[in-house]
Structure formats: structure tokens, C-alpha cells
Design a protein around this ligand. Structure first.
Ligand code: FAD
Length: 689
């Protein structure tokens, strides 16, 4: 299902002075410009129309219809988190909000908004056709996910977010919302002369028309730039997708956080990323049944077919390897609290082992469903020897077969199919794995309406919004993306005074100031040699390597400071070079690399600041005492594990980028609001509205 092309009214054009001439850019008018067509962006657009805004004035700008994480990623059982409405347990928005808040470094009012809106959004998805499982008598049962105190999780299977996108796209089409497909947002234009910085619109350029065919740029007219003048921009461009060399994000997804950074929006909680074991050739999250059937992990040795058992030096016995691998199924994200060999669950040691071998030693690790753990060492392993919890689960699932692939066939045949669909046979080959970045809990700061407090009219929603704290329950990302879109749309629809659009002359001034510095670096129509297009590839490789080695699950203060300083140099370098853009594809690649550079600089600076100021708080990484310390030495060193009590660490790190300078501020988390007497207040509010 595609949306029809947007037919926005033409406002006129602006003329910008660029070196060697001028460039004329058409200006179109919209009431709301949504950047991104993932689950969050589509939902925000749908709610804007449902809240009474004219669908013809809402536009979705997307670089690629069908791109993004929501449409292309999933897992064994991709989770959607919401208030529990099943079983015998008790749940309420306030209980759920406290659980979210206890994850640390999260504002309580945002937590309550996410909890309170979760049921409305869940049933919104149900109403538009997402078929969440329900019992014969109409109950929506749930299961317990990580960091969950109730059974709040649900799922439609491996592709929950894809099914959400499909349903939301059908709804957006039904409502008559149009899109600008193949359009890359390159700059959010803001008026920063007024007392509060305010959104003016978005500049975007049209990517090539046909996949695989380059679109030559012979003159600046061929840049195909359009400005959408809009008083509200919903930034739904997803997470920092392309900044890690080891990543579970879709390979083609760009990073666009630089759009908000350059508009002046504040960010928060950037150090808190989620990492876990994923396959690399086909990017897929290896949680759930992939681990529960207890495959073998091995390292590729020096000679062609040499395989070396990975875990025997990290975990004491074949029984422990098997049990920790099983536990990894439920406890997929890397968590330093699960690295303590003295604790029952120390399954995150597996991530550390993979990190050391792949990142520190540069070797390749494989997961093999044809072998049991320790087969390579000639040891005997039997599922009968597993602890009762694991054995009971496999028994109940009819998955007690002697090899992992047979157990997987019995437990979850889809897991085998999904790889077969991507040309990989788990029956006959091992899959290469690494510890991959999958989600950023941080992102842009938003208020309770998901509006940026620094840039009015800018609403970061979905993964671009950093509402989550140190830990979040599995599935909370999708819920937050839906609730954020609802709240942003309702806020926009409730505004009594919609700011009148700035005049074309004002748009021209803003574009001259904010867009021309980028355009001035482009040498259009010139072949390589004038600029250094190849530097773009080198820059991306450099960024990804730096993030994987300094900003992953093992961090050190020295390593982060060095990486941050190198990142700054790269940003300055990319801003200093002239770039020969022969085609619009090259322009896209340059802008993506520049965005990734700006973003990774901000993230590394925040990581260094956080580690220096909160050495005891490291929810998603362990701390190496000095740069280059062997990871194995960290295991067992108690100080490396995060031992923070729930809810005790309630500060947020805010980050603001000013040119090539990054500034930080520590903010106390706002508590979960008191809800006593809220009915009377809500009734009055209803009368007033
Ligand atoms: C492997 C994996 C498994 C996951 N599992 C879960 C899970 O079980 N539960 C959960 O809650 N979360 C999960 N997540 C996280 C969750 O899927 C994402 O956070 C969420 O889908 C992001 O949605 P979004 O709409 O914000 O962004 P996306 O879906 O990434 O959409 C971004 C959109 O912006 C567009 N775009 C980007 N830049 C530009 C630009 N400059 N111009 C125009 N368009 C642009 C893209 O094309 C895309 O349409 C998982 C993530 C991964 C990678």
C-alpha cells in the first residue's frame, strides 16, 4: 500500500545566492510536515488527520517508502508493550509509569503519558487492523518481557512493527494523506531570531527517480531541492542507524539525527544504547528461540576450516554454557548486571566474549545450529542435564531433540524459514554473529506533548525522541513511538493560534543562512578530483569503526575522550571540503555521512561526559579500567558491574550541539505526578476545551 503523491499548494519560490550564481527553489505549503514513514511518523500523520486537521495539508516526506527500522526489522517475537489488560494481576497507568520511571533517568510525567496512552494506542492499532492475539472470549493476553513486572508484552510475531506500518499506511491512504516519496530532508529551517526558536519548514531534495540509475547533476537546478513551509515538523526519522559497524538496524537506513541537532534541538540520554547478539550477513536479532535451542558458538581459526569453541574459556562448564545460552533467549540486550559469574544469570558474558574476539582480536564468530556446545571439544552435552527451568520449557515445547537445529524445527520453524528467505540455510551453514547496536534509548528531548522545548513546532517522535531512560522494558520503544505521535497530533490540533506562515522573504533569509552553507560546499556537475567524494565512504567507515570500538559494550574514559576528539576533527573536515556532486545519489551519500559524523560526535561526547560523571552507572556497558584492557580481565572485577538500585539514579544528561562544540547539562528527573483528584481536573479541562 502506497500513499498518493502529495499535492501541496505552491507558495512561490525563493532565490538563494550560492558561489558562482543563484539557485531558485520552489516553496510548497503544509500545515504539518512529517519526516519519515516508519511506524511513528505514519501514526503521527494519521492522528493529525483524525484530530481534525485537513489531510491535504499533512505531508509525509520520506527518503524511501518501505525503508526504516519499523518496516525492515524484527526478531523472534517482536514485542509491543502496553498496560496489561489480561490475567489476574493488577495494573494501572500509575503502576506502569513507576516501572518505566524505575528504569532510571526517565522523566515521570513522560512515563505516565506513555503508560496512560498505551491502551488507547494499542486499540487504535487493533481498530485499524493489527491482529494482536486474543482469546476466544476477547481477552488480549500478554507475556513478561525484560524489565517488566507484569505480563504487559504482546506481539503479532516476528514482524510486529512491519504489520503496524502496513496497517497505518492503509489508514493514512484512507484518510487521504499524501507523501513526497524519494525525498531526503536535508535541513530543518528554523527562525532563531525570535525569542524562542521556531520551525519554519523543511528543505529536502529528490533522490534519483529510478533505483540503480544515477541522476546526473549538471547544474544547481538538477539538485531538485524543494522547501516545505510548515509551522509544525514531526521528526520521525528513527535512530542513529548507520553509525555502528556492528548493527542490527537495516543496512540501507541513514542516520538523520543531525537534522534536529542542526536545528538546535536538545538531546538527552545519548549514552544509553541497546546492544545484543545479531547475525551480520542478514541483519537479524538473535533472541528468543535462537538461543533457547542452545546452539554452539565458535571462532574461525587461522586455517580454512579450523573452528575453535568460543565460550569454554569464559564459562566454567558445558552445563553453564548451555544454561547461559538458554537464558540469553529471554535476556537478549547486553546488561552488565548479567556479567557477574557469581550470579545465576550471567548470560551477558556471552556478549563480552563475542566483543573481545571480534572487536579486540579482529576474528570472526559463528553461531552453529548443527552443533551442541562443546561438540568441538568432544564433550557430551544433553538437554536432559539442563536446569529444571530450561528443560521444562523445552519439554513443554516438544523440543528435546539431540541437536539445536532439530530443537529449532520443533520450537519455532519460522526461525529457520526467515533465514531461508534470505538465502541462508541454518541446516547446512553457520551464521556469522556479532554484538550489534539495535536501539538508542536517548534522542531528542520532548515535553509532555513530544514538542522540543528548544525548537517550538518541532516534534521528535519514535526513536528520534529520547524519552527512555537507562533501561526500558522490551517493546516500550514501539509503544512510545505510538503514544508520542498521538500526543503531538492532539497538541497540534488543540492549538488555538496556529502561527501564521513566515513570508517568502523570511523563508529566503532563513534558507540563505542555514541551507546555503551546505550548498556552497557542493561543486555541481564536476567530476571527481575537484572534491573528494571518496572521502565520504572513508568517513562512514571511520565513524562506524570508532563507534564499535569506543562506544559499544566496553567503554573507557580515555577511549571515549580520544574518540570524541577524533569525531570533532572529522566533522570539521567534512565541513571544510568541497564536494564534487555529479549525481543526486552522491549528494545523498555526502549528506548521510555528514549527518552520521555530527551525530556520532554528539553521542561520543555524551558518553564521555556520562562515564566521567557517573562512573557507577553503566546500564549497557562495562568499564575498562584503561584503554585496551582485555575484556576477560573485566569479568569478575566487581566494580565493572552496574549495581544501581532501581529508581535511585534519576538524573538525565542533556546534550546540545553548538557548531562543533558539544555542551552538557545534568537534569533531575521529574517524578511521576500525583494523580489524586485528577478526575475533577480532567472534567474541568473537558468543559474548558
Ligand atoms: C532488530 C531490531 C529489533 C527490534 N525489536 C523491537 C521490539 O521487539 N520492540 C520494540 O519496541 N522495539 C524494537 N526495536 C526498535 C523499534 O523497532 C524502532 O525503535 C522503531 O521501529 C523505530 O520506528 P520509527 O518510526 O521511529 O523509525 P523508523 O521505522 O526507523 O522510520 C524512520 C523513517 O524515516 C525515514 N528517514 C530517515 N531519514 C530521513 C530523511 N533525512 N529524509 C526523509 N526520510 C528519512 C526512513 O526512510 C523511515 O521511513 C527493534 C529494532 C531493531 C533494529
Amino acid at each position: 500500500m502506497r500513499l498518493h503523491p502529495a499535492a501541496l499548494p505552491e507558495a512561490g519560490h525563493v532565490r538563494l545566492d550560492v558561489p558562482g550564481g543563484s539557485i531558485e527553489i520552489p516553496v510548497l505549503d503544509a500545515r504539518v510536515a512529517v519526516i519519515g514513514s516508519g511506524a511513528a511518523g505514519l501514526n503521527a500523520a494519521v492522528h493529525a488527520a483524525e484530530s481534525g486537521m485537513d489531510a491535504a495539508t499533512i505531508v509525509i516526506i520520506t527518503d524511501e517508502w518501505g525503508g526504516g527500522t519499523s518496516y525492515n526489522s524484527g526478531s523472534d517475537k517482536q514485542t509491543y508493550y502496553k498496560l496489561s489488560i489480561a490475567g489476574e494481576g493488577t495494573d494501572s497507568p500509575i503502576v506502569m509509569a513507576r516501572d518505566l520511571f524505575d528504569g532510571g533517568s526517565m522523566h515521570g510525567d513522560i512515563a505516565l503519558a506513555e503508560a496512560a496512552g498505551s491502551i488507547e494506542e494499542f486499540f487504535h492499532l487493533v481498530r485499524i487492523g493489527v491482529e494482536f492475539p486474543r482469546t476466544e472470549l476477547g481477552m488480549y493476553p500478554g507475556y513478561q518481557t525484560d524489565n517488566d513486572t507484569r505480563q504487559r508484552a504482546t506481539s503479532v510475531g516476528p514482524y510486529t512493527s512491519r504489520e503496524m506500518v502496513e496497517a497505518l499506511a492503509r489508514e493514512a491512504a484512507r484518510l487521504g494523506i499524501g507523501m513526497l516519496d524519494g525525498h531526503v530532508a536535508m535541513r530543518i529551517l528554523v527562525d532563531n531570531k525570535a525569542r524562542a526558536t521556531r520551525v519554519v519548514g523543511v528543505a529536502c531534495f529528490k533522490r534519483g527517480d529510478h533505483a540503480g540509475v544515477r541522476s546526473p547533476i549538471k547544474s544547481s537546478r538538477d539538485l531538485a531541492i524543494t522547501i516545505i513551509r510548515a509551522p509544525a515538523v514531526i521528526l520521525a526519522t528513527g535512530g542513529p542507524a548507520n553509525i555502528y559497524s556492528r548493527s542490527a538496524y537495516p543496512a540501507a537506513q541513514r542516520c538523520s539525527l543531525g537534522l534536529g541537532i542542526e536545528a538546535g534541538a536538545t538531546m538527552q540520554n545519548l549514552p544509553f544504547m541497546q546492544y545484543g547478539i545479531a547475525s551480520s550477513k542478514f541483519r537479524w536479532n538473535l533472541s528468543g528461540s535462537f538461543q533457547q535451542v542452545i546452539p554452539s558458538y565458535w571462532v574461525k581459526g587461522e586455517s580454512h576450516d579450523e573452528k575453535v569453541e568460543l565460550l569454554h574459556e569464559w564459562l566454567p562448564s558445558v552445563g553453564d554454557i548451555a544454561y547461559q545460552t538458554f537464558l540469553k533467549g529471554y535476556h537478549w540486550p547486553f546488561n552488565p548486571a548479567k556479567c557477574n559469574p557469581g550470579a545465576i544469570n550471567h548470560s551477558s558474558i556471552i556478549d563480552l566474549a563475542i566483543h573481545e574476539v571480534t572487536i579486540m582480536q579482529g576474528k570472526r564468530v559463528f553461531m552453529d545450529f548443527r552443533m551442541n556446545p562443546w561438540d568441538l571439544l568432544g564433550a557430551q552435552f544433553s538437554v536432559d542435564d539442563l536446569p529444571a527451568e530450561a528443560r521444562g520449557y523445552l519439554e513443554a515445547s516438544g523440543a528435546m531433540q539431540s541437536s539445536p537445529i532439530k530443537r529449532l524445527e520443533a520450537l519455532n520453524p519460522f526461525a529457520i524459514e526467515v533465514y531461508a528467505d534470505h538465502g541462508i540455510s541454518l541446516e547446512s551453514e553457520a551464521i556469522e554473529v556479532h554484538v550489534a547496536a539495535q536501539h538508542c534509548n536517548g534522542g531528542f528531548t520532548g515535553d509532555v506533548n513530544w514538542e522540543s522545548p528548544r525548537v517550538r513546532g518541532l516534534y521528535p517522535v519514535g526513536e528520534a525522541n529520547g524519552s527512555h531512560g537507562q533501561h526500558r522494558p522490551g517493546g516500550a520503544a514501539l509503544n512510545a513511538g505510538q503514544v508520542g505521535g498521538l500526543r503531538a497530533a492532539r497538541h497540534l490540533a488543540s492549538l488555538v493560534m496556529v502561527p501564521s506562515p513566515p513570508s517568502l522573504l523570511d523563508v529566503e533569509h532563513v534558507a540563505q543562512e542555514q541551507l546555503v552553507p551546505v550548498l556552497a560546499r557542493l561543486h555541481v556537475g564536476k567530476a571527481g578530483g575537484v572534491g573528494i567524494a571518496c572521502e565520504v565512504d572513508t568517513a562512514l567507515a571511520e565513524i562506524r569503526h570508532r563507534m564499535a570500538s569506543a562506544g559499544g559494550i566496553v567503554r573507557s574514559i580515555e577511549g571515549l575522550r580520544k574518540a570524541r576528539d577524533e569525531a570533532k576533527v572529522l566533522v570539521e573536515k567534512l565541513d571544510g571540503i568541497a564536494i564534487a556532486v555529479e549525481t543526486r545519489e552522491v549528494l545523498g551519500e555526502y549528506l548521510a555521512a555528514r549527518d552520521a559524523a555530527i551525530t556520532h560526535h554528539a553521542i561520543l561526547a555524551a558518553m564521555a561526559e556520562q562515564l566521567a560523571n557517573e562512573p557507577g552507572v553503566h546500564p549497557c556497558y562495562v568499564v575498562a579500567s584503561e584503554d585496551g584492557e582485555a575484556v576477560r580481565d573485566i569479568v569478575g572485577r566487581q566494580g565493572s558491574f552496574s549495581t544501581i538500585e532501581k529508581g535511585t539514579q534519576n538524573r538525565l544528561l542533556e546534550t546540545q550541539v553548538l557548531g562543533s562544540r558539544v555542551e552538557h547539562a545534568w537534569i533531575d528527573a521529574r517524578p511521576v505526578p500525583d494523580v489524586k483528584g485528577s478526575f475533577e481536573a480532567a472534567l474541568q479541562r473537558r468543559r474548558r476545551d
